[in-house]
Design a protein around this ligand. Structure first.
Ligand code: MG
Length: 212
């Protein structure tokens, strides 16, 4: 697998606590407005590439999410028009160093390590039944997360519109729409899969990085 097809978004915009049960499992309230943070594009990896656990980072969790790839420049778009700006839908893993996230107010460190943004195939939005989207996460073949659009606090069109009123979304930008309940730690030797049933499966091995 070469790097030629690695996407180069100008930014990866993520939504925190967008499923009620997930917010609760980490002891958080559901926010009144979408809670946004950014992951650096340098964190991106493709299907099959390893997620590297930083040895000093403590617990590192998977977060299976529905990813939205932007196809057209979007600034101040309405919720009704939002999906017309989307290129594709596919699986994303918002890998998170959980202990560092709890330690820091800003999450750049916890969310930003190299390899912490596996991104799967983005299926053209015209081929996607947007009302039936769901996401399933498995570790070593065992199901850990299952979520569907109906459990989301803020819908995908709402999120696109909301973000586009803050920052212009460029073609190739990626939006990660939040994770359902069931997050948990990864260990060296695990294989983690994020599947959007009927669309695509993102599979990545997990390895412990070197001390350096
Ligand atoms: Mg997340």
């Amino acid at each position: 697998m070469g790097t030629a097809s690695l996407p180069r978004p100008s930014k990866i915009v993520c939504v925190g606590r967008n499923y009620v049960a997930h917010a609760a499992e980490l002891g958080n309230e559901v926010p009144a407005e979408p809670l946004l943070f950014l992951k650096p594009p340098s964190a991106l990896i493709q299907v099959g590439e390893p997620i590297v656990l930083p040895p000093a980072a403590g617990r590192v969790d998977y977060e299976g999410e529905i990813g939205v790839l932007m196809g057209r420049r979007a600034s101040h778009v309405s919720e009704a028009d939002a999906l017309a700006f989307v290129e594709g839908i596919g699986p994303v893993n918002d890998v998170t160093a959980r202990e560092l996230q709890r330690k820091d107010i800003q999450w750049s460190r916890a969310k930003g390590f190299d390899t912490f943004c596996p991104m799967g195939e983005m299926v053209p939005v015209l081929d996607v039944d947007m009302d039936r989207l769901s996401v399933v996460t498995r570790v070593n073949g065992q199901e850990r997360q299952r979520g569907s659009l109906s459990q989301m606090v803020f819908s995908i069109p709402f999120l696109i519109s909301y973000v586009s009123r803050i920052m212009t979304l460029e073609p190739g930008d990626l939006l990660a729409t939040g994770t359902p309940e069931g997050v948990g730690p990864l260990a060296h030797g695990d294989v983690v899969e994020v599947e959007l049933p009927g669309l695509a499966t993102l599979t990545n091995p997990v390895i412990l990085g070197p001390e350096r």
